[in-house]
Design a protein around this ligand. Structure first.
Ligand SMILES: Nc1ncnc2c1ncn2[C@@H]1O[C@H](COP(=O)(O)OP(=O)(O)O)[C@@H](O)[C@H]1O
Ligand SMILES: [Mg+2]
Length: 532
């Protein structure tokens, strides 16, 4: 067979391949912009090539016809590829295995990041004798770029889907939890009120100790319920102001120092905490961010039963300010990591509530921020909290906590609650503070009493069958606009923003109510009248 015949066959083959979109053993890579051909005979001589090959490989191959393929590889071709040795040895392998097909992608050396696809196959004559080899080189750089873009888009889609599933799952759990929380708050209000009333009169040490233990348990339960509520809140009611995460982080670390110092000293290991802060101005509600950081730091401490170190850093990027807590603790498996924000998910048995991270998630989400958790089993964890950046704003001072005020004002108060036991305990608590109290079991009954008598203050439950607390408040204000109305709710502080806006109520108090809170609310309400 003449050389011309061989080239003819090669060209036909190439033509067939290009013409057919369904070539059985070879398809031209989609997105391939240029194809160059090289034909070699059984003596390893180059018998055909084309100008495209020179373009694709960026070398001058004009005068290589008739030359030994191995030599051309050495002199001209191999240096064009990043992995020169691999290219050369694959060419040698093809020389020793003339009937093999090779289909591979090769990275071109140099800064252009190009990728070239090589298809190498034996050529046969009509008698099925191998007469040489054809190699087709295609530039698939563009295809690679498209593939990378597709896989990036797919990854983003998957992340978005995971987030959606996560927030839907949390929303469903949140709804169930909030119903439970409401009932619990009422019940806890009754328990706590009665305990606190008993504590006021009980002198016996043993009985007092028992009552105090019960009071603490009720307060702990109230705290758990509050945290559930915290998690289920969807909108931010508390004011946001510009604050520096650097200051908040330092404050929280300072405040929590005793936590790790006590436990670590007691158990004979040490926990080292390093704080490196850069200015990180964020729009946020300071007490809520403190709560988030406390939860995250507590987890870090608890993840290091034999001691270790915690790094707290703050900083900011274009849109976000962030605070990062990295620990050298036990880390998390992927499974634990994927459930970290689920309410009540804990790996700490009875020691854990499983609410720390879900509360943190709820708070940060309401702030329009996000929490990222990066962890590996045995290799510590990094929790990063991102918050919307506050730009060009003066940082507000952290507000001073409001001091409780004791008052010796005596008032006449109307309590409106359909929950008999709760109303009774509230009446007793208010009486205990020295006030004269009347009770109404429903809205209409309250209005009747209010029209007939003079009251300095009204406490009304929010959810009542005939008339809601809002309606009661509106009616009261209609009759006597100066009378302060305090709304009591089992829903924590979660109230409809629209209703709160331009609200008819003067204060909102969430159940369960502590005696101290009750007395300071009364003082404040009466103080407001005095100011008028
Ligand atoms: N820094 C951390 N290192 C290791 N595990 C952690 C860390 N933070 C959270 N976790 C895991 O996430 C779970 C849920 O945390 P959290 O919601 O705070 O509840 P709790 O601390 O009460 O268990 C923990 O039980 C623990 O398994
Ligand atoms: Mg925790």
């Amino acid at each position: 067979m003449s050389l011309d015949d061989t080239i003819q066959i090669a060209n036909t083959l190439i033509h067939d391949i290009e013409a057919s979109s369904e070539a059985p053993s070879f398809q031209l890579p989609p997105g391939a912009s240029l194809r160059g051909v090289l034909v070699i005979d059984t003596d390893q001589r180059i018998i055909s090539t084309d100008a495209n090959l020179s373009k694709i490989l960026g070398v001058d191959l004009e005068n290589i016809l008739g030359l030994d393929h191995g030599q051309v590889v050495k002199d001209h071709l191999k240096h064009r590829f990043k992995d020169t040795d691999a290219y050369e040895s694959s060419c040698n392998w093809l020389k020793d295995h003339p009937e093999e097909v090779l289909d591979d992608a090769l990275e071109v050396s140099g800064p252009e990041n190009r990728v070239v696809h090589r298809y190498s196959a034996p050529l046969y004559n009509a008698d099925r004798n191998c007469i040489g080899r054809v190699e087709i080189y295609s530039d698939i750089t563009r295809r690679r770029e498209l593939e990378a873009a597709v896989s990036q888009a797919y990854k983003e889609l998957r992340e978005a889907q995971e987030q959606l599933v996560q927030s839907e799952k949390l929303r469903a759990i949140g709804e169930i939890a909030s119903g439970v929380a409401h009932d619990f708050n009422n019940t806890l209000g009754i328990i706590l009120g009665n305990i606190q009333l008993l504590l006021r009169v009980q002198k016996d040490d043993f009985a007092r100790a028992k009552l105090e233990a019960a009071e603490k348990a009720a307060l702990d339960a109230a705290e758990t319920v509050r945290r559930i509520r915290e998690f289920t809140k969807t909108t931010l009611q508390e004011p946001k102001s510009a604050l520096d995460l650097a200051c908040v982080a330092s404050e929280v670390v300072e405040m929590m120092k005793p936590t790790w110092e006590n436990t670590s000293h007691a158990r004979g290991y040490s926990i080292e905490v390093n704080v490196e802060t850069d200015h990180a101005p964020a729009m946020a509600n300071a007490p809520e961010i403190r709560e988030v950081l406390t939860n995250v730091l507590l987890n870090a401490v608890q993840s290091m039963p034999d001691g270790g170190s915690i790094n707290v850093r703050t900083g900011c990027s274009d849109d976000f300010s962030w605070v990062r807590v990295a620990d050298t603790g036990v880390g998390m498996s992927d499974d634990v990591c994927s459930r970290i924000f689920d309410p009540f998910f804990t790996t700490k048995g009875v020691e854990g509530t499983g609410l720390g991270m879900s509360v943190a998630y709820g708070i940060i989400k309401r702030h329009g921020g996000k929490i990222a958790v990066d962890s590996e089993l045995g290799n510590g964890s990094i929790v990063t909290i991102y918050l919307p950046k506050a730009d060009g704003l003066e940082l507000a001072d952290t507000p001073e906590p409001v001091r409780e005020q004791e008052s010796d004002l005596r008032a006449k108060i109307l309590v409106v609650d359909d929950e008999e036991m709760f109303a009774d305990v509230l009446v007793e608590m208010l009486s205990e503070c020295g006030h004269a109290v009347c009770v109404a079991r429903s809205g209409p009954e309250a209005l009747e009493q209010f029209r007939e008598d003079q009251f300095d203050l009204v406490f009304t439950d929010l959810g009542m069958p005939e008339m809601s607390g809002w309606q009661v408040a509106r009616e009261i204000k209609g009759i006597q606009p100066e009378t302060p109305v305090v709304l009591l709710t089992g829903w924590g502080t979660v109230l409809d923003e629209n209703e709160l806006e331009g609200s008819v109520v003067d204060m909102v108090l969430s159940k369960p109510v502590r005696l101290e809170d009750l007395s300071s609310v009364v003082s404040e309400a009466l103080g407001r009248i005095a100011e008028r």
